[in-house]
Write a protein that binds this ligand. Structure first.
Ligand SMILES: Nc1ncnc2c1ncn2[C@@H]1O[C@H](COP(=O)(O)OP(=O)(O)OP(=O)(O)O)[C@@H](O)[C@H]1O
Ligand SMILES: [Mg+2]
Length: 578
């Protein structure tokens, strides 16, 4: 065994093979590596030229030629060795050295199954690499110097040229990666040129390639929160788009901020962050990234807290509480409140519409906002016993009375309760009995369960219920104070309870069942009424039992008919059809 073999504790052939497998083989990834290398070598222009034709001999020729105007391969043979050696890197630029290149990017090209041959030309020298032999034939790769020859064509000029002989499929994919439009399905890795604007000019077959930033990263004016510098690089903070580090042209997506906030850091100097090698698929989570996060969070808090209330968007006020919940609890200047829907003014056909709220930004400690907990606490006497029940829904029906007594009512949506005064609504209806109807009674506001001082008469039509229901209004235990009880049951008010969301049945099936349950309530509450379709036993029930022996239909001049019903005992009643 030779000394070299004895000292080496890696099996070179196998390691080379393992590295080959690291690459996805995607043309877009390879194009990305080529652009990155050109930029690191100081290039301002990169030209791609594709050729596909069939020679007279019938042999097909498919090639991509890539030329850049960077430094080319410097340092003679040693420079060429750095280029071809796995995990060896050599660039002049100090910034690039700080990026700590791994020295494997170019090998993505050699590793691609669709690439057969690569000729590299630079500064009067050239080398041809047969990719089929490159990875495992040590007799081939270890004798590369012998194939480094003079390239007469190109003497004196700087830059570097790659001539890639490949399958037509590879040309198609590389072309797509440079020309596809950016839509929601494409990631930055799919479109490697997008981001190089102002860094390198890219051309494909003589035409300019779009190098602008992908739209998912663009911070447009209305969503911009802050703009400035971070360690000498341009930083923008916004709410809405996705976060991106533009790494000397390479757009890298990041997920650093919660609450819908995002940043765009355009790195043009130094290494304010570290990026993953070799394909820069993400930002390394280290101290640098944490420092950036803190910096951004500071700026967001400063900007949002410093903005006048008219300029603060609901998403910002809400977002602070996800971005840094603890800090928001202590420092946020704004919170989000929902203006409680006024049931008397609104139209609704389901619980969702009934509960709908318009959100507003409010300021801690500025004007006093009437904040109420969702729900209604109902207190009443039942056979001498005092009952206290919490109903989840129905505060919307008290809005008119609340406005007159206290002001516009709101619910706290996102904010710190400890810094605010949040009260609950207590309703004391009268004559709570078996049915759903009660007398209006009085209401008051209470703070943390303390006995309210100020009671007000309930003047509007109000109702509460324990929870929304899909099929049956009675399942929601409604309590209703209405002047015209029949009209209430016939209005859209009962539909405030209806919630078909998440039911297995179709909405129409749920609605039919719910409607039937309203009719049942009508029949119970109004014994002189009967709903269609009717049955003999319904009619018998109205007479307290006994076989029905006669039904006489009375048609009034206007409106619905009445039924005069007689049973076997000779008892008679008249029922209104509803
Ligand atoms: N367009 C180019 N112009 C000049 N030198 C180049 C060019 N492309 C590659 N090189 C040389 O080849 C070396 C190897 O390139 P390779 O892409 O494999 O690794 P790297 O760029 O150093 O690191 P990384 O693994 O991050 O890509 C580079 O360090 C550089 O010296
Ligand atoms: Mg590289």
């Amino acid at each position: 065994m030779t000394d070299r073999k004895l000292n080496s504790l890696v099996n070179e052939d196998k390691v080379r093979l393992a590295i080959k497998r690291l690459f996805t083989g995607a043309a877009s990834q390879i194009v990305g590596e080529i652009l990155q290398n050109a930029r690191r070598a100081g290039a301002r222009r990169v030209e791609f030229t594709t050729t596909s034709f069939t020679k007279p001999s019938g042999e097909a020729e498919n090639k991509i030629r890539v030329r850049d105007d960077g430094s080319g391969v410097l340092g003679g043979v040693e420079g060429w060795r750095a280029m071809l050696c796995i995990a060896e890197s050599s660039y002049q630029d100090q910034n690039v050295k700080m990026e700590d290149p791994l020295g494997i990017g170019l090998h993505a090209l050699f590793a691609c199954d669709q690439v057969h041959n690569v000729t590299i030309r630079s500064r009067g020298r050239k080398i041809e690499i047969d990719t089929g032999l490159w990875w495992t034939h040590s007799a081939y790769y270890s004798t590369w110097v012998e194939r480094l020859t003079v390239d007469e064509r190109d003497a004196g000029e700087g830059g570097l040229e790659l001539e890639i002989e490949c399958d037509p499929k590879f040309i198609e994919a590389a072309t797509r990666s440079l020309t596809s439009t950016d839509d929601v399905f494409r990631s930055p890795e799919d479109l490697p040129a997008r981001g190089y604007e102002g860094v390198i000019e890219i051309r494909l077959n003589g035409e300019a390639v779009d190098t602008s930033l992908m739209s998912r990263f663009v911070h447009r004016e209305p969503c911009l929160i802050w703009e400035g510098e971070y360690l000498g690089n341009r930083l923008r903070i916004a709410h809405g788009p996705r976060s991106c580090v533009n790494w000397y042209g390479q757009a890298v997506e990041d997920h650093l901020l919660d609450g819908g906030f995002s940043y765009y850091l355009e790195v043009r100097t130094g290494t304010p962050l570290d990026l993953r090698s070799p394909t820069r698929q993400g930002v390394i989570r280290n101290g640098k990234r944490e420092a950036l996060r803190r910096f951004i969070i500071d700026k967001i808090f400063e900007a949002v807290n410093g903005a006048p209330i008219e300029e603060v968007k609901i998403e910002w006020a809400r977002g602070l509480y996800s971005l840094d919940p603890e800090r928001a609890e202590a420092e946020a200047k704004y919170y989000v409140a929902g203006k409680i829907n006024n049931a008397a003014e609104a139209e609704f056909s389901s619980n969702e519409e009934f509960r709908w709220m318009e959100e507003e930004v409010k300021s801690y400690g500025r004007e006093e906002v009437l904040l109420l907990r969702r729900g209604v606490t109902v207190e009443y006497q039942d056979e001498g016993e005092r009952k206290r029940l919490n109903y989840q829904d129905g505060i919307e029906t008290f809005v008119e009375d609340l406005r007159n007594a206290h002001g516009e009512p709101y619910e706290l949506i996102v904010g710190t309760e400890g810094r605010l005064r949040v009260r609950e609504l207590i309703w004391r209806p009268r004559n709570v009995g078996k049915g759903i109807f009660v007398d209006a009674g009085v209401f008051a506001l209470s703070e943390e369960g303390s006995e309210p001082q100020e009671w007000h008469a309930v003047t509007g039509e109000v109702f509460t219920f324990s929870a929304p229901s899909t099929y049956d209004i009675l399942a929601a235990d409604p309590l209703v104070a209405a002047k015209d009880r029949y009209a209430w049951l016939r209005s859209y008010s009962p539909w405030a309870v209806f919630d078909p969301e998440g039911a297995e049945d179709r909405v129409s099936t749920c609605a039919d069942s719910f409607e039937k349950s309203i009719d049942d309530v009508i029949m119970y509450e109004f014994p002189d009424m009967i709903a269609e379709p009717l049955s003999l036993s319904d009619l018998s029930g109205r007479l307290g039992g006994g076989r029905v022996t006669n039904i006489h239909v009375v048609w009034p001049e206007k409106g619905r008919p009445r039924l005069r019903v007689t049973n076997e005992r000779g008892e008679e009643t008249e029922l209104k059809m509803i």
